[in-house]
Design a protein around this ligand. Structure first.
Ligand SMILES: [Zn+2]
Length: 332
């Protein structure tokens, strides 16, 4: 139990009153794990965190999610609301999961209605990359910025946009898919099925595919005998001076820079927050990104006061984002 303690004195005796303290519940849905945490208002330090596998032979993912919330439900403290981060397209206005590629059957799932009927508290949903942007803006690297772009670059590219201190959602909550803009006509196949999207060119998967293609075409590299090649192998090879690995990261940085120039023209933010594994490639990626950005920007003013910074939340971005969402919607 989270308690607020009030002490006062009457006739030299000390009386102590223990009062329950309201909490938020944040949920992060993943293809592998379902995670839940409770937080006091105005803090991203959890009171309790728990996680279970999403899949089981005994129960559906939805039944497991409900069980997880029952398990973390505080005994005495009132719950102000539940925020849920969903790894797929989500309608945040209706509270419907439109699709969840890693959880079969979660199509047009009315998750908000189901959870509100079961738990009798307000529930709010959001796409996990959008909520990670909210997490960085509210509690992370982007604090104090009113206009912010967020990217997580790992196997794919997730993104979120904050404009005027609000998460950009669009008409159905499907806005800010910055990884799926076409950057290369007839470019490589994207995870979404499209072609030449920023994700297919510049993400970790895009970098690996390009290296493999060059090796097939006879490029010389210390990676030639590695199978399968991973993103961290490419980063290590670049640090060791491997020219193919350096070129692969530079290529990713170049296309990220082109895309970023386009985004700055549209959104004019003061912060770009980059998370995910690829952000750990350091100057091998970031220097070409900056060079490319400067080359393609319309006017130097876009870069005045602009900071490009590394995200502080990794694995916990979804939980903190779900917290920031429920907190913003249902203040204490
Ligand atoms: Zn795509």
């Amino acid at each position: 139990m989270m308690i607020a303690v009030f002490a006062f004195s009457v006739n030299h005796a000390i009386y102590v009153i223990l009062q329950p303290m309201s909490v938020y519940i944040a949920i992060d849905i993943g293809g592998t794990h379902l995670r839940a945490a409770t937080y006091p208002p105005n803090s991203f330090t959890p009171i309790e965190v728990t996680r279970i596998f999403t899949q089981s032979i005994n129960a559906t993912p939805l039944q497991r999610l409900i069980g997880l919330i029952e398990d973390i439900w505080p005994v005495n403290d009132p719950v102000l609301g539940i925020g849920v981060a969903v790894p797929g397209p989500t309608d945040p206005f209706q509270g419907i999961v439109l699709e969840c590629p890693n959880i079969p059957g979660w199509e047009n799932l009315e998750l908000k209605r189901i959870l509100e009927e079961r738990f009798n508290v307000p529930v709010v949903l959001g796409n996990d990359a959008n909520l990670a942007a909210l997490a960085e803006w509210r509690y992370g690297a982007g604090q104090g910025h009113h206009h912010l772009l967020y990217f997580t670059v790992s196997t794919g590219i997730g993104s979120g946009v904050i404009i005027d201190n609000r998460l950009l959602l669009g008409a159905r909550g499907l806005a800010a898919e910055l990884g799926h803009v076409t950057i290369m006509e007839n470019g490589p196949r994207c995870g979404c099925g499209g072609c030449g999207h920023l994700e297919s060119v510049a993400s970790g998967t895009g970098i690996i595919h390009w290296v493999e293609e060059q090796l097939t075409n006879g490029a010389v590299s210390s990676l030639a005998n590695e199978k399968p090649i991973t993103g961290s192998m490419i980063s290590r090879a670049a640090i060791a001076g491997d020219e193919l690995a350096i070129a692969a990261l530079a290529r990713s940085g170049k296309y990220m820079g082109i895309a970023l120039a386009n985004y700055l023209h549209i959104f004019n933010p003061t912060a770009v927050v980059i998370g995910g594994g690829v952000s750990q490639s350091g100057d091998y990626l970031l220097k070409p990104l900056h060079e490319s950005l400067h080359k393609h920007i319309l006017h130097p003013s876009y870069l005045d006061n602009l900071v490009i910074i590394t995200a502080i939340f990794g694995d916990e971005a979804g939980l903190v984002g779900a917290l920031a969402l429920v907190e913003a919607n249902f203040p204490e």
